[in-house]
Design a protein around this ligand. Structure first.
Ligand code: HEM
Length: 565
């Protein structure tokens, strides 16, 4: 048989194989009630993104629209591309039939997303996310089942009201240091605002997590470059190199012939273990001698006992420590991973949008000035934070438009039924459900015709109160009815983000501190008008892309002039 015949037979065989699988999956999907899309390749995988990603813009031009849209859907980061294209959201969800074993359900509808998120046991976190989160050991963010319930019960209280005063005051301190650096630069002009905010977010985690406060520096990475990596430096490298560490074994990354940046990540991986083990031993020694835990995440993890390990209690023995060393390391890592980019980028997007649309600076400055007039101690967490209603509305509007975690994935191993707008839908067994946290915030019928515009006042300011310890801040009243369930940047249900209040406190402290004294303006280029400068900033913000979280592609082009008010 010549080569051509071999190839032709292989192609026919493959075609038949794919057709049969598509047919079988189509039969599974056709009575579900969802809109269907058929696609001849498995989508949404890292492999698809790597192979199909570079041809995306070509595919969007040459393929028929519905095929091109499904292709687009399979390449990582579709949410933000959709937003830039201002595309209509599809309700409630659509099911993609491919030759793969699992069906792919893409949910952009709040009602279905909430229904899935509420049923944690039936829709568990997917395997890939678990692998990423458990890179350094079993952790809250990467566990499922009873293991998750136990970790959640013990860990969520560690991020409650007890730490908020420190988050508030440390964020204020860091912001003062950052602003004094910016305003000492020529004309108060800097392209380092995004990096500066990253330093703040990292340093807050350093204080709250490990009790290691650090001075603000223009670039958190530069400042920590020493001969030998310290703990926080290893942490920075492993958090930034997260995907590489999942794809390549760390021993490979640290080989001498690897590029320096990869070597550093590989090296940091091993040193992170050593440092975290050392720190834990120290913490345990200090706990034994003082008897009282410090107000840090590490100390809480090291000292917490599991009172439900009843065998210990009944036998009158000392309570069993709740976490193994591996679990403590795993949780220290995910605590930083989950709280760093998310909060830093939310602050960066908010400030960029305030600079691009200065009318919203006027709006929050009015609120801030009022607080300064009325509150006797304008630095007090207790007195100031609950009054920052407009500033919180800015945060919510930023999260609605620049949702850091664009989607999360849940697996449905056994057939389930969900409802939306009074209609039932069947989710077949073995379906991967991709819940677009970004998409639910972008429905015209919920948010109105200006859904793609930055308008913080849509969050009716009066209702924006933080309530109770770590409870979901009441979602501010919306002009559009029923919008509460269409705002899920922190997810919802039992697995909703336990760091939400910490992120809000940090964000509000930073914004309040900055705009109490300064305004942000575009640093104009030669012959550029103010209008052009404002549009340039808006364009820099629009040039964004989800990496692990949503990020600006050109953060250093965001040149701002900080002006004393
Ligand atoms: C604006 C900032 C933040 C956003 C938008 C955000 C968003 C999210 C989202 C979407 C999830 C996934 C929930 C799910 O799978 O259903 C999550 C989980 C988590 N977040 Fe956040 N987060 C933020 C800040 C923080 C902070 C500051 C911390 C703590 C330092 C934190 C700690 C966690 C943890 C530990 C989990 C895992 C919870 C679990 O699996 O039970 N987050 N976050």
């Amino acid at each position: 048989m010549d080569l051509f015949k071999i190839f032709a037979s292989a192609a026919v065989f493959y075609f038949l194989y794919v057709s049969l699988r598509l047919y079988r999956n189509y039969m599974r999907a056709k009575t579900t009630g969802f809109k269907l899309r058929i696609f001849p390749f498995e989508i949404g995988t890292p492999l698809f993104t790597v192979i199909a990603g570079p041809f995306l813009s070509l595919a969007l031009r040459v393929f028929p629209q519905s095929f091109a849209r499904t292709y687009d859907l399979g390449v990582y980061g579709v949410e933000y591309r959709d937003r830039v294209a201002k595309r209509e959201r599809e309700t409630p969800a659509y099911l993609v039939v491919t030759p793969a074993n699992a069906l792919e359900l893409f949910v952009e509808d709040g009602e279905i997303a909430n229904a899935i998120l509420a049923r944690r046991r039936e829709f568990e976190q997917d395997n890939v996310s678990r692998k990423i989160m458990n890179n350094f050991g079993d952790s809250l963010a990467g566990s499922v089942g009873e293991g998750w319930s136990r970790q959640r019960r013990l860990i969520a209280p560690m991020l409650n009201e007890r730490i908020m005063e420190t988050v508030w005051s440390e964020s204020q301190q860091q912001t003062h240091e950052m602003m004094s650096h910016f305003t000492n630069l020529e004309n108060g002009t800097t392209n380092g605002t995004v990096t500066g905010l990253r330093t703040i977010a990292f340093n807050i985690l350093s204080t709250i997590g490990y009790g290691m406060p650090a001075k603000w520096t223009a670039d958190v990475k530069q400042a920590r470059k020493g001969e030998k990596m310290d703990f926080m430096e290893t942490l920075l490298h492993v958090v930034d190199g997260l995907i590489l560490l999942v794809v390549f074994p760390p021993w490979l990354l640290r080989q001498f012939w690897m590029p320096k940046s990869l070597r550093q990540i590989g090296e940091a991986y091993y040193q992170f273990y050593e440092h975290s083990s050392d720190m834990l031993q120290k913490e345990r020694r200090s706990l034994r001698s003082s008897g009282t835990p410090r107000n840090t995440f590490l100390s809480s993890l090291a000292s917490v006992n599991d009172h439900e390990e009843d065998a210990y209690e009944k036998e009158g023995r000392v309570n069993k420590p709740a976490f193994t060393e591996e679990q403590i390391t795993g949780n220290l890592y995910t605590f930083t991973l989950a709280g760093y980019d998310t909060t830093a980028n939310t602050m960066a997007y908010a400030i960029a949008m305030l600079a691009a649309y200065p009318q919203w600076q006027d709006w929050i400055i009015e609120e801030i000035d009022q607080i300064h007039k009325e509150v006797s101690n304008p630095n007090s967490y207790q007195n100031v934070l609950p009054r920052l209603e407009r500033c919180l509305a800015v945060m919510f509007e930023t999260l609605r438009m620049f949702t850091p975690v664009a989607h999360i994935v849940r697996e449905c191993p056994v057939e389930k039924v969900v409802t939306s707008r009074g209609k039932s839908y069947r989710i077949p067994a073995n379906t991967r459900c991709t819940l677009s946290l970004d998409g639910v915030g972008a429905h015209r019928d919920v948010w109105g015709d200006d859904v793609f515009e930055f308008r913080p006042s849509r969050w009716g300011a009066k209702a924006t109160k933080l309530t109770g310890a770590n409870s979901i801040a009441q979602v501010p009243k919306l002009e559009a009815a029923g919008a509460k369930e269409h705002f899920l940047p922190w997810s919802s249900g039992p697995r909703a983000c336990p760091g939400m209040k910490m992120a809000q406190t940090e964000f509000l402290s930073v914004i309040y501190t900055i705009f109490s004294e300064f305004r942000a303006e575009p640093a104009l280029e030669a012959e550029e008008s103010l209008e052009q400068g404002l549009s340039r900033i808006a364009a820099i913000v629009a040039d964004s892309q989800p990496k692990l979280t949503l990020q600006m592609n050109r953060p250093n082009d965001l040149k701002l002039k900080w002006v004393k008010r």
